[in-house]
Design a protein around this ligand. Structure first.
Ligand SMILES: *[C@@H]1O[C@H](CO)[C@@H](O)[C@H](O)[C@H]1NC(C)=O
Ligand SMILES: *[C@@H]1O[C@H](CO)[C@@H](O)[C@H](O)[C@H]1NC(C)=O
Ligand SMILES: *[C@@H]1O[C@H](CO)[C@@H](O)[C@H](O)[C@H]1NC(C)=O
Ligand SMILES: *[C@@H]1O[C@H](CO)[C@@H](O)[C@H](O)[C@H]1NC(C)=O
Ligand SMILES: *[C@@H]1O[C@H](CO)[C@@H](O)[C@H](O)[C@H]1NC(C)=O
Ligand SMILES: *[C@@H]1O[C@H](CO)[C@@H](O)[C@H](O)[C@H]1NC(C)=O
Ligand SMILES: *[C@@H]1O[C@H](CO)[C@@H](O)[C@H](O)[C@H]1NC(C)=O
Ligand SMILES: *[C@@H]1O[C@H](CO)[C@@H](O)[C@H](O)[C@H]1NC(C)=O
Ligand SMILES: *[C@@H]1O[C@H](CO)[C@@H](O)[C@H](O)[C@H]1NC(C)=O
Ligand SMILES: *[C@@H]1O[C@H](CO)[C@@H](O)[C@H](O)[C@H]1NC(C)=O
Length: 626
């Protein structure tokens, strides 16, 4: 049946609103027609009998939800004639010819829009529907569907489903949850925190475990959701049957879409998106390694860039990555006219504000690109260097102030890179002992942040970080400025929880042994006063359970990711009391299962594991080789 279109001109705005409901038609550049998609022209393509047979369309990559507000949430799916991605490579230069302005006809049948309906309900049977609607998608946006479900109630669980219009062809059923209202008293919120999921390095078991336990409300992803490499350049996908497509370094819009689509076939990732609303931000690899405002580690942004990476200018590549990311991730673009802006915040009742930063793509000064480490070391103290750009940085400080003023108990800051100073001279040598690609390379920016917190008496700060493929738990301190007692934690103004990777390998050696990893951890823990626990061995994630009186962080280590399994070890638990502004002593209760704990012990417990052919009693080290 032909989808209904009103052609009377006075109704055009209503029609447009209906089309514009698929946010991906407006994103990522609503007011820059040359960068965007003309909905007007897509609408015209619908002025024909729909060529689509609903039975031959597929919901190819599951469903997802994200960016919960008290009254709305973003819903996502993809429905198309094939699981392959659209090859149009929409860019400034090559999008326009796809539409014939003279005849006002669409170029091919494959460009005709597809009509999709969605329903949001309080129950799994979708009996008590609270929001529903009809929207369109098309090849222009890779057949993705992104819609804001509205009229919802705060902190409430909802179920949702998409279907092809006038058919019985339905997507899987999704579950989601709105945020509490900013003024609500909330007693408990759980978050699962992730980073660095690299498809050819392993199965995304970490995403599936909170689904199996049903242990959290929302998922936070601090970035490196995908990696841009060709498998052979970084990854052992061959040995585990996980080659990310396309099998090359990704550059074009098609490439980024295809890579996201490959990742979105992992069953545990699909399950997490189906059950939890996500709040993600990108790190560097959503575009390329060690990106900054003007480049990345493989591109010097010289004319040679065109030679070294297939004739693609660095800003075109970034736009491709950004467009595909907004198409595929269930998130809001809070400023439709700023296509690089992903930094945004969420008020979760009176309990906490979640401030998600972009310390990578938006506006950061040059970083360590491997050939310039000495130089970045020298300039790492320059006052003019910024991780975020002045616009984002001012916003960040205002958010911290506003959060404290409104009386939110906690401020949770989603950074990509590790905030605390980490002396790694054991591995890096004494000449350049810090990681200049993290906050350590932008010390004035870090000092400005700490100064804002101390000078305005803003406490209960919890920094989150990913990126490093290892776990680092620290008191949040301003070394050299404020006195700090590493035994009691006195002088600290909060804590930092940096988490390990979903699959990306240990930075001190892929396939490192537990003994060697813990040896390095001991050195790191000893060399850094504020670093209370460190672990290099385990891939994994952590859960934050937040209440008005205290916050706990539970770290889970995955014994192995070269097979799909649900095994995990609770390797360390931390408590922070409201008003404490430091890790509660004894840190981690004095005992962890791996890594190195300041003033505490590492005790491995033995456990039983069902391997599928019987129950086995194993130690942590043996679990890894099962
Ligand atoms: C849709 O999915 C079904 C089941 O996976 C498959 O059999 C069918 O070939 C797919 N159709 C298309 C057009 O890709
Ligand atoms: C889009 O990019 C893909 C992958 O690089 C390429 O194969 C295809 O020819 C491109 N399509 C257009 C229309 O440029
Ligand atoms: C980038 O420039 C530096 C300094 O000129 C050079 O050492 C390095 O090899 C260049 N890298 C690439 C990928 O061209
Ligand atoms: C890092 O630690 C090593 C060994 O303790 C020490 O010699 C060096 O001075 C430290 N470097 C910095 C920048 O703190
Ligand atoms: C940061 O603060 C520390 C401690 O006061 C100081 O030693 C350092 O010089 C400051 N660095 C910059 C770049 O402001
Ligand atoms: C590490 O383990 C992976 C997966 O088992 C394997 O493919 C790879 O060859 C190993 N690498 C080394 C250096 O041993
Ligand atoms: C641990 O480190 C010490 C020196 O710091 C070294 O002698 C020892 O061999 C290391 N052990 C392992 C298992 O790496
Ligand atoms: C962490 O907490 C969990 C759940 O309470 C518990 O099962 C586990 O033993 C704890 N782990 C450690 C290392 O204390
Ligand atoms: C775990 O089992 C090993 C081997 O059976 C044993 O040596 C070790 O003491 C056990 N550890 C604990 C904490 O029970
Ligand atoms: C059962 O599983 C264990 C652990 O994966 C393996 O070592 C053993 O060989 C398996 N036994 C059989 C009979 O498959």
């Amino acid at each position: 049946m032909k989808p209904q279109i009103l052609l009377i001109s006075s109704f055009v705005s209503i029609v447009t609103a209906n089309w514009a409901k698929n946010i991906n038609y407006r994103s990522p550049s609503e007011h820059h027609p040359a960068l965007g998609i003309s909905i007007h022209k897509v609408v015209k393509r619908n002025n024909f009998q729909s060529p689509w047979d609903p039975a031959k369309l597929n919901f190819t990559h599951g469903i997802a939800s994200g960016d919960p507000y008290p009254n709305s949430v973003i819903l996502w799916t993809r429905v198309g004639p094939s699981s392959d991605n659209d090859k149009s490579n929409v860019t400034v230069s090559n999008y326009a010819p796809m539409y014939n302005h003279d005849t006002e006809e669409y170029v091919s049948v494959s460009q005709a829009p597809i009509c999709v309906e969605y329903k949001v309900a309080l129950d799994k049977n979708l009996g008590h529907v609270v929001d529903s609607g009809k929207i369109y998608t098309s090849s222009d946006i890779d057949y993705t569907v992104k819609v804001e479900a509205i009229n919802l109630k705060p902190f409430t669980t909802y179920y949702y489903q998409f279907s092809v219009c006038s058919s019985n062809n339905k997507s899987p059923l999704g579950r989601t949850k709105t945020a509490p209202h900013a003024d609500d008293d909330v007693t408990k919120v759980g978050l699962a925190v992730y980073s660095c999921s690299n498809y050819p390095f392993g199965f995304f078991n970490a995403y599936g475990n909170p689904v199996r336990k049903d242990s959290v409300d929302y998922v936070i992803h601090l970035g490196d959701y995908i990696y841009e490499y060709k498998n052979g350049d970084y990854g052992w996908g061959q040995s585990i049957g996980r080659i990310p497509l396309p099998d090359r370094t990704i550059l074009t819009l098609y490439d980024y879409r295809k890579r996201l689509a490959t990742y979105r076939t992992d069953l545990d990732l699909l399950a997490s998106h189906q059950q939890f609303p996500w709040i993600p931000v990108w790190d560097d690899h959503e575009v390329a390694d060690n990106t900054y405002r003007d480049g990345e580690s493989h591109l010097n942004n010289t004319e040679d860039s065109f030679v070294t990476e297939g004739g693609m200018a660095v800003e075109q590549r970034k736009m491709n990555a950004v467009r595909a990311y907004f198409e595929w991730m269930p998130i809001r673009q809070v400023e439709m006219d700023d296509n690089l802006r992903i930094w945004r915040s969420f008020s979760i009742g009176k309990l906490f504000d979640l401030i998600m930063l972009d310390t990578r793509q938006y506006d950061r000064s040059i970083t360590d690109l491997y050939w310039n480490t000495d130089y970045v070391h020298i300039i790492s103290q320059d006052a003019g260097r910024t991780l975020m750009g002045s616009r984002q940085e001012n916003w960040f400080y205002n958010q911290l102030t506003h959060s404290a003023k409104r009386g939110a108990t906690w401020r949770i800051i989603g950074s990509q890179i590790v905030f605390s100073r980490i002396n790694e001279s054991l591995a890096l040598g004494n000449q350049n002992p810090l990681n200049y690609d993290s906050w350590d390379g932008y010390q004035a920016n870090r000092n400005r942040t700490l100064s804002h917190l101390y000078n305005n008496n803003i406490g209960n700060n919890v920094f989150l970080a990913g990126d490093s493929h290892a776990s680092w738990v620290s008191d949040l301190v301003w070394l050299g400025e404020k006195s700090y007692n590493k035994e009691t934690g006195e002088g600290s103004i909060g804590v930092e929880f940096a988490g390990s990777a979903v699959t990306s390998p240990c930075p001190y050696g892929a396939n490192i042994s537990l003994a060697t990893a813990n040896n390095y951890s001991t050195w790191l823990q000893t060399a850094n006063d504020e670093l209370q626990w460190q672990d290099l061995y385990y891939r994994g994630y952590y859960e934050l359970h937040i209440s008005p009186k205290e916050l706990t962080a539970n770290y889970f280590g995955l014994p192995t990711v070269v097979s799909r399994n649900g095994w995990e070890i609770p390797i360390a638990n931390f408590t922070v009391k409201a008003g404490g502004n430091r890790l509660q002593r004894p840190v981690a209760g004095g005992v962890v299962e791996s890594g190195s704990l300041k003033g505490g012990k590492v005790v491995e417990s033995n456990r039983t594991v069902d391997t599928g052919n019987g129950t086995w009693f194993v130690s942590n080290a043996n679990l890894a080789v099962l």
